[in-house]
Design a protein around this ligand. Structure first.
Ligand code: TXA
Ligand code: MG
Length: 352
């Protein structure tokens, strides 16, 4: 299959984007049951018509994704939500008013309107409205709800630019829209609003603290601290080793000079064994290490910059053939929570 790539600048008005020939063509392909990757404010998504069983099945095949891991449904208008769910709890109303369009996925009771492949047979459905001009133009032009996991091969870091999508899926999907680098750079927050107290299932682009400001109480972060916990996962995707670079990854605790010393001595240890070692660091410490590859993914005093650059950095270690990655760690609150969640998964829980 030849994967068509369209370039669409996000720096255009909504009206211009809706009339854009590439958006029309990509939307027509989605409606015809084909797979199209598109930019969102978090990461690139791999879209398919959520009401078309065969199209949704094709997502799992293209990604090599386990069938028991449900997909997020992306919508371009509020009225689409009313079709897909049986009930919009009051807490969800408040969150939608505050955070949509934006990086917050809400889990609702499903009305059974989307393919059972999307929900993996669950009685619930996860829905979000992305805050990206190109993604929104596509969703509003396609008019059908679009199921879209991150547009990577299963187990690889999520794509934050179209090159990552094509590295993983070229020849396996109908097309990809290049809208430049994504914004936040990690996936959306997933929050279950079906119970009495909303429950955080995945930390992401809307922080726990922001949710608490709107809702008061939110359940969940303790069980998320360790991404490899044994308990039955409420969000099935949480149980898989995700976001994995090809090299072994170890997270190193510590602050200031201490973290640098600990990472450098581990680096020396592994290099003495003939291994190719990379260090994942921040601009503040970039010049302090001696390793085969040193990558600063952002600034420690600006956690969103770390979120933005993390997945690209993990892919760069793979390209350099790095066998061991030693990574700095971050605070577990605010934007640090989604960063540490993804790092723990990439490291399969190894933290020293
Ligand atoms: O930022 C994002 O959310 C990106 C972009 C493309 O929108 N999408 C994304 O999709 O990260 P994916 O498939 O990689 O992650 C979906 C997550 C998984 O952890 C999955 O288990 C959870 O959402 N999920 C989906 N439906 C669910 C449901 N009904 N109940 C609980 N968790 C659900
Ligand atoms: Mg994913």
């Amino acid at each position: 299959m030849n994967t068509h790539v369209w370039t669409v600048s996000p720096n255009q008005s909504a009206v211009q984007l809706k009339d854009h020939p590439a958006i029309r063509e990509a939307a027509a392909r989605l409606r015809a049951g084909e797979l199209v990757a598109f930019p969102t404010e978090t990461v690139y998504g791999l879209g398919a018509d959520a009401t078309n069983d065969a199209a949704v099945q094709a997502i799992f095949t293209a990604k090599g994704r386990p069938g028991d891991n449900p997909l997020i449904v992306h919508i371009g208008t509020r009225s689409q939500l009313v079709d897909i769910v049986t009930r919009i709890p009051p807490a969800a109303e408040k969150l939608i008013d505050r955070f949509w369009p934006g990086p917050l996925t809400l889990v609702f009771p499903s009305a059974g309107k989307v393919s059972t492949e999307v929900t993996a047979g669950l009685p619930t459905v996860a829905v979000r409205m992305p805050d990206h001009p190109v993604g929104m133009a596509l969703l509003q032009t396609a008019r059908c709800p679009i199921a879209a996991p991150s547009a990577n091969r299963s187990g690889r870091p999520s794509p934050t630019e179209v090159k990552h999508v094509l590295d993983d899926l070229s020849g396996r999907i109908s097309g990809a829209i290049d809208g430049g680098e994504t914004g936040f750079g990690l996936e959306s927050t997933v929050l279950d609003v079906t119970g009495d107290v909303p429950e955080l299932l995945r930390p992401g682009g809307v922080t726990l603290e922001q949710l608490e400001q709107v809702l008061g109480t939110v359940k969940g972060p303790a069980s998320l601290a360790n991404g490899t916990s044994e308990q039955a996962p409420r969000s099935p995707g949480m149980k898989y080793r995700h976001y994995a670079p090809q090299g072994e990854m170890i997270l190193v605790r510590g602050s200031g000079d201490e973290i640098v010393q600990r990472i450098q001595s581990l680096t020396d240890h592994y290099r003495a064994q003939g291994l190719k070692v990379g260090v994942l660091t921040t601009e503040e410490h970039q010049d302090d290490y001696d390793a085969d590859v040193v990558i600063a993914c952002g600034r420690r005093d600006n956690l969103p910059s770390i979120a933005h650059g993390l997945y690209r950095a993990l892919r760069q270690f793979d390209e350099a053939g790095i066998e061991y990655i030693l990574s700095e760690t971050f605070p577990e609150s605010g934007w640090g929570a989604p960063i540490m969640n993804r790092l723990r998964k990439a490291a399969d829980g190894r933290i020293v």
